[in-house]
Design a protein around this ligand. Structure first.
Ligand SMILES: CC(C)(COP(=O)(O)OP(=O)(O)OC[C@H]1O[C@@H](n2cnc3c(N)ncnc32)[C@H](O)[C@@H]1OP(=O)(O)O)[C@@H](O)C(=O)NCCC(=O)NCCS
Length: 243
């Protein structure tokens, strides 16, 4: 039997209190959506919320935004970190429950997170948000749509997310860079190295990224390059190949 269409009114809000009862519901949605090796522990979320609530964060902000239906069930979540030292917002998880998908909710949630990053940038860096960065599985169909967007760079390097648990392996992803203050066609490698280090060191809390082979591999892949980004466009119409 086909599932009933999802018609419940949706309320989107940010969780800021680590004692908010919706936190457990959001974590349950995360657990239903992502396998164990792909998801952080619940205590990471609680800890990040507590750091924010205690006023300990200065040039960093962590967000957990949820969508609740009329019964206060959590049907969507998006998480992400604003990194003030590089003025970039990094998307963490985006999950929409199966019955609420394909209705534009994912897009709305991503938009809410983007606006939160834009406010962070004005407050912390006192400048417009420079970019949004995200890790996407190479098999994710959304990647094609994203790559067609003006100013979005799919970075051609062997990007890896650090292993989240002992014994796991680092996971390969495609890293994208979406220029917000202005579209970019290339990114200086020096800037990207700082962003990668900030992601590993400050978001995944890896104490010494350079000691990790996967991080060293990324750095090595950037050696000798000055810029990185989309492949250069053909210079003349004659050299263009049919798609
Ligand atoms: C991917 C998913 C969140 C899409 O939710 P949805 O409500 O059906 O999505 P929509 O109808 O709004 O359409 C797709 C939107 O999702 C967002 N999206 C899809 N994949 C995304 C990704 N990997 N990272 C960030 N945003 C993504 C985009 O904002 C896209 O809209 P846009 O092209 O206008 O920007 C949902 O199918 C899901 O939860 N899948 C399982 C988990 C998952 O793969 N998450 C993404 C990786 S973290």
């Amino acid at each position: 039997m086909a599932a009933a269409p999802f018609t419940s009114p949706i309320r989107i809000r940010e969780i800021v209190d680590p004692r908010d009862p919706a936190l457990s519901k959001a974590y349950r949605l995360l657990s239903r959506t992502f396998e164990k090796g792909e998801r952080v522990d619940r205590r990471e979320w609680v800890g990040s919320l507590q750091e924010g609530a205690d006023g300990l964060l200065s040039d960093l902000a962590w967000h957990l935004i949820i969508a609740e239906d009329a019964t206060q069930e959590v049907v969507g979540l998006v998480s992400g970190t604003y990194l003030g030292n590089v003025n970039v917002g990094v998307i963490g998880y985006l999950a929409i429950s199966a019955e609420a998908r394909a209705l534009g909710l994912g897009s709305r949630m991503r938009g809410r997170l983007r606006r939160a990053f834009e406010r962070d940038a004005l407050r912390i860096a006192e400048a417009p948000l420079m970019a949004i960065v995200g890790e996407v599985s190479p098999s994710n169909p959304w990647l094609r749509k994203l790559s067609a967007r003006e100013g979005v760079l799919l970075l051609d390097l062997p990007y890896h997310q650090p292993r989240l648990r002992d014994g796991d392996l680092p996971s390969p992803f495609t890293l994208y860079y979406e220029g917000i203050d202005r579209p970019r066609t290339r990114l200086p490698v020096s800037e990207l190295r700082r962003i990668l280090f900030a992601i590993w060191r400050r978001i995944y809390r890896i104490p010494r990224p350079l000691e990790r082979p996967a991080f060293r591999l990324m750095m090595k892949a950037l050696d000798g390059r000055r810029t990185i980004g989309a492949p250069a466009r053909p210079a003349t119409p004659a050299s263009r190949k049919p798609r």
